[in-house]
Design a protein around this ligand. Structure first.
Ligand code: R5P
Length: 298
């Protein structure tokens, strides 16, 4: 097996390669002055099973183009199979038509990946459980929830409530509660978003919380969802508020807004690499590398 990485998340790719007792194989990714990329595969891949790791968080268009060129260069060099590890599948929140006249951006991405020869996909905590149905190749849909469950066990489960910041996340907190042997109750916030602007319009919750709250989500982009949820929980008696989310995109403004919010700690996975300028004091990262290694060893 050979393992290649795009430029999006080298720290995770190196951990995975180490876990497999491999070194990252050589790729040349050249950027021209006009920002076009040229990719050349250097190690010999003829008749090999190849793994490509690339995540697509902030700047997904650039990272996807890089990925497409990596896949093309590997496929043209005669590889036997390509397993794509795409810890965060960018465009996944555009998996269906919300309003008349929209396209399905994730459908376009899936078609391109398959066209470029991907034979298997490994991804984490997809926004909807229906996303795997868009693929015609096998997809392993893994989750960071078991890692979050261990973190919660370390914190202690007394007086704890698991909170979904919207109705779409109820299944996620129920799965987490199951991993905690149902030691924590679950509640959900009702969130409404303006479909034109994408802004969070309103949040609602029934009853007092009066406990330590852990808000669980799949992705943090602007942080608006979590900050609105945290403010609402605080107004309704929550003692301490923590966040656990798999994918930390942290769009502009999110790090400072989260740092200045009532949230005590934001725990995310390393599905995306966080550049120093987007790190903040309340941020803690746990690694999904071992889960990827286990899946690749199967
Ligand atoms: C929404 O359905 C997702 O699960 C996330 O809650 C949302 O996409 C997070 O985005 P933001 O951080 O911009 O509110």
């Amino acid at each position: 097996m050979l393992i290649f990485s795009g430029s999006s998340n080298l720290p995770l790719a190196k951990k995975v390669a180490k876990g497999l007792d491999l070194k990252l194989s050589d790729l040349e990714i050249h950027t021209f002055p006009d920002k076009e990329n040229r990719v050349r595969v250097i190690d010999r891949v003829l008749d090999q099973d190849v793994v490509v790791i690339q995540s697509t968080g902030i700047s997904p268009n650039r990272l996807y183009m890089e990925l497409f060129f990596i896949l093309d260069s590997i496929k043209r060099s005669g590889t036997r199979s390509i397993t794509l590890v795409i810890p965060y599948l960018g465009y996944q929140r555009q998996d269906h038509i919300f309003r008349d006249g929209e396209g399905v951006s994730l459908g376009v991405i899936v078609r391109l990946l398959e066209e470029l020869g991907v034979s298997k996909v490994i991804s984490f905590d997809l926004h909807s459980i229906k996303i795997p149905e868009l693929f015609h190749v096998p997809i392993a849909h893994l989750s960071a929830l078991p890692i979050f469950a261990k973190e919660i066990e370390k914190m202690g489960t007394d007086d704890l409530v698991l909170v979904s910041p919207d109705m779409g996340g109820i299944r996620r907190i129920k799965l987490l509660a199951g991993l905690l042997d149902e030691k924590a109750p679950c509640i959900s916030i009702e969130k409404n978003r303006d479909l034109d602007s994408g802004e969070v319009e309103s949040v609602k919750i029934n009853g007092q919380v009066n406990k330590r709250a852990i808000i669980v989500d799949d992705v943090i982009s602007t942080g608006q969802t979590l900050i609105s949820a945290a403010n609402l929980l605080k107004e309704n008696g929550a003692q301490e508020i923590y966040v656990m989310a798999t994918h930390g995109i942290f769009a502009d403004g999110a790090p400072a807004n989260l740092q200045n919010s009532p949230i005590e700690k934001v725990i995310i996975s390393d599905s995306l690499s966080i550049p120093d300028k987007r790190k903040f004091d309340k941020l803690q990262t746990v690694s999904i590398a071992d889960l990827i290694v286990k899946e690749l060893r199967k």
